[in-house]
Design a protein around this ligand. Structure first.
Ligand code: CP
Length: 321
């Protein structure tokens, strides 16, 4: 039994978390409320609960990760699950085993929760159709990164007290960013005003249909906003030059102390990480008083605990099964 949420109320209607798309405002609010309780738990000396005792969680990361993989591991362990991190490099994937065969193989070991990161958009949705356990999308190509958007929302809500009515500028490589896509969906659903700020080459062709305001001038885009969310140039997803040079990109689209003054005086600076200092953000801003970048990492553990807990409630044998 979860001491902080004794009734184990239903949080999510779906069995998997494949994206923010499809989540309702009450579902997002319930996840954030539950995550708030896990922020408190993570500050205690004894950080362990037995909410997931007896459950098996497998983390399979086909793409590199520091924050997401380690926080999913800590989240599962703090909730009492048996957590296994499959090393893709040393696995039979290197011998040609397909993604689906890998998932079917892992499924035969009866995990309860499968956390997956993959370079292909839609990979998690495909796997969810092949396995019996709950699947969590830890980032699929340029598609979605739902737990990143949830942890960003938790960070904003705890600092600003709300999401509704805030103006959030998401700046940088919108085209290749699953973080941008999940954040746009979540913030829009929760009533925030979202701007995307990028050179034309880094904007999706359908940007004006995402329910956002589009800016190609950085200063105009961040003017009077409550949140400046900077994104990394996703060089690994680019086949060719999308910007003339990183030096020129920084000059026009990098955030420094001077430019930050254009946003509201109490604006928060966010970045999902990993950061490229001196490319999209100056160190003085990343480490400055308005930055909540380290707090985002802290919220990541709490949000992932909430997601694992919520999905476990919908499993056979869970409180709401
Ligand atoms: N923000 C994020 O997904 O970071 P990692 O790639 O380190 O997991």
């Amino acid at each position: 039994m979860n001491a902080l949420s004794p009734h184990r109320d239903k949080i999510l209607s779906a069995s998997h978390l494949l994206g923010i798309e499809g989540l309702s405002p009450p579902e997002i609010s319930r996840l954030l409320d539950l995550a708030d309780t896990y922020v408190e738990l993570s500050l205690q000396i004894n950080k362990k609960q037995d909410t997931l005792r007896g459950r098996t969680q497998i983390n399979v990361f086909f793409e590199n990760s520091t924050r997401t993989q380690s926080s999913f591991e800590l989240a599962g362990k703090r909730l009492g699950a048996d957590v296994m991190n499959m090393s893709v490099k040393g696995s039979s994937v290197s011998k040609g085993e397909t993604l689906v065969d890998t998932a079917i193989t892992l499924n035969a070991m009866h995990p309860d929760l499968l956390v997956i990161r993959h370079s292909s958009a839609g990979a998690c949705e495909l796997l969810a159709q092949k396995v019996d356990c709950a699947v969590v999308n830890a980032g699929d190509g340029s598609h979605e990164h739902p737990t990143q958007a949830l942890l960003d929302a938790l960070t904003i809500r705890r600092r600003k007290g709300r999401l509704q009515g805030l103006t959030v500028a998401i700046c940088g490589d919108i085209l290749h960013s699953r973080v941008a896509r999940s954040n746009i969906l979540l913030l829009h659903t929760m009533g925030a005003r979202v701007r995307v700020v990028a050179p034309t080459t880094l904007l999706p062709p359908d940007a004006d249909r995402l329910g956002v305001e589009v800016f190609t001038d950085f200063e105009a885009g961040i003017a009077d906003c409550d949140i400046v969310m900077m994104l990394r140039l996703q060089l690994e997803r680019m086949n060719g030059a999308f910007v003339p040079s990183t030096r020129e990109y920084y000059r026009f689209f990098g955030l420094n102390r001077e430019k930050l003054k254009i946003a509201k005086p109490d604006a928060l600076v966010m970045h999902p990480g990993p950061m490229n200092r001196g490319v999209e953000i100056a160190s003085a801003v990343a480490d400055g008083v308005q930055s909540v970048i380290k707090e985002q990492v802290e919220m990541g553990v709490a949000v992932r605990m909430a997601v694992l807990d919520a999905l476990s409630r919908n499993l056979p044998g869970g409180a709401n099964a």
